[in-house]
Design a protein around this ligand. Structure first.
Ligand SMILES: Cc1cc2nc3c(=O)[nH]c(=O)nc-3n(C[C@H](O)[C@H](O)[C@H](O)COP(=O)(O)O)c2cc1C
Ligand SMILES: [Fe+2]
Ligand SMILES: [Fe+2]
Length: 404
């Protein structure tokens, strides 16, 4: 049942796809599925780079067996111990009992913690920057802490310029036989999944990703082999630029993301009336969501994409509407910063949402929170129309300031 693809001279993709899993990390919906990529280098020695999630172990093992053609596996490099990649370590050890594992100190500690049976085989502990020759290929091992876990490292094949990037440069979405970025229309079909993957999975660790990007800029990278999604073999500047923006919390687009929480529609009408006012003032890059309707992971992805975020919330038992609070707490957890924010609140007898949202926004770094207050009592009133005009003007004004 094998299904492998050749990447370049001696390197093969031997991963697979899961289209049945509903929630990645049991939290993020993945209607588009997910791929778990694994790679094997066949030189004088054979080297496996990471394993796969348990769900696709069968295909992965058949793939590996096919590429090795009956020969034993010599080395297994573990770049990342999270079980979506490391789950099949034991199975590899069972089938190839002479395999030597290459990784860094902390990763070995994690492998023991996760009960992988690594002490039955030889462990080669590499230091950051150390290289090993496997024949004509020499591979350097570079620590990449917190991209996306503390033990993470990346491996760089100095001979071919191939970067085994662990969770960096990954994307949600199952592969359909096309595994290279130039075989798909990435900017049309993949970028939203890539952004949703990065922002929700690695988004919190921007400074660590920045550090990795800085170090990678000194390397002559020709191919990027991530653990999820397409392999990059040309136009690397495109994805490096996206990663630079996402990890420095720089908006990709000047535009307004409007997220509202409503029970009976009053707050929705208010959000739409702001959208209309912005459009009338020439701001047409607008995206609007009902916070109860759209999963958080999509909202987070767009929060990283747009420069302005408007939060419109009802008061719910003297609090922020819970789905809205959940979204705000996710933004805080993921360290989102450098946005212009505005708040609209609704309450029928004791409005509290506005103050409470502003308090939460205070916890975030480099946020420009507009001071304009829009308080709606159940439904928009005449006075609100004026407040909404003022808010729309303020947003337009802040765009002008951003451009200066
Ligand atoms: C369960 C529940 C609790 C609410 N708690 C408050 C509250 O504590 N203070 C308040 O001013 N309004 C409260 N409201 C009213 C709503 O905040 C809101 O004003 C009203 O539903 C109209 O907005 P909407 O049409 O966008 O839902 C509550 C409504 C519900 C259904
Ligand atoms: Fe991970
Ligand atoms: Fe992963």
């Amino acid at each position: 049942m094998y299904n492998v693809r050749k990447i370049n001279n001696d390197l093969y993709w031997i991963g697979g796809n899961d289209r049945r899993l509903a929630l990645f990390e049991n939290i993020h919906p993945i209607p588009e599925g997910v791929s778990y990529n694994s790679y094997v280098l066949v030189d004088e020695k054979s080297v496996l780079f990471d394993t796969v999630d348990w769900s696709i172990a069968r295909t992965f093992l058949d793939n590996l067996d096919h590429v090795l053609g009956g020969k034993p596996l010599d080395y297994m490099v573990i770049n990342h111990v999270e079980p979506d990649h490391a789950a099949s370590i034991n199975e590899i050890i069972l089938r190839y009992p002479k395999v030597k594992i290459i990784s860094m100190d902390k990763a070995f500690m994690f492998m023991r913690q996760f009960d992988f049976d690594i002490d039955s085989v030889e462990n080669i502990v590499v230091e950051p920057g150390e290289t090993i020759k496997f024949g004509k290929h020499e591979v350097a091992f570079v620590d990449a802490p917190m991209v996306h876990w503390p033990e993470a490292m990346v491996s760089f094949d100095l001979t071919d310029g191939t970067l085994f990037a662990a969770d960096a440069f990954g994307s949600f979405g199952a592969l359909d036989g096309r595994i290279f970025n130039d075989e798909v229309d990435f900017d049309r079909d993949w970028i939203d999944s890539a952004r949703r993957y990065y922002t929700n999975i690695v988004g919190k660790y921007g400074p660590h990703v920045q550090d990795l990007l800085r170090r990678a800029s000194g390397l002559e990278i020709k191919t990027i082999c991530p653990l999820h999604g397409p392999v990059w073999r040309n136009n690397l500047g495109y994805i490096l630029d996206k990663y630079d923006k996402w990890s420095s919390y720089t908006p990709e687009e000047e535009g307004v993301l409007i997220i509202y929480g409503t029970m009976y529609g009053g707050t929705e009408v208010a959000a739409e009336s702001l959208g209309r006012r912005l459009a009338e003032r020439g701001v047409t890059n607008i995206k609007m969501y009902d916070v109860s309707k759209t999963d958080n992971s999509y909202l987070i992805a767009d929060a990283f994409k747009y420069s302005h975020i408007v939060l419109a919330s009802v008061t719910y038992n003297l609090n922020i509407y819970p789905p809205m609070e959940d979204f705000i707490r996710h933004m805080i957890m993921l360290n989102l910063q450098k946005r212009t924010m505005a708040v609209i609140e609704n309450g029928s007898w004791a409005p509290q949402a506005g103050d409470k949202i502003r308090k939460l926004l205070d916890e975030m770094r480099h946020m420009n929170v507009l001071t304009d207050e829009v308080l709606i009592n159940s439904t928009m009133k005449e006075g609100n129309r004026h407040e909404m005009d003022v808010l729309a003007d303020s947003i337009v004004e802040s765009f002008k300031k951003d451009k200066q």
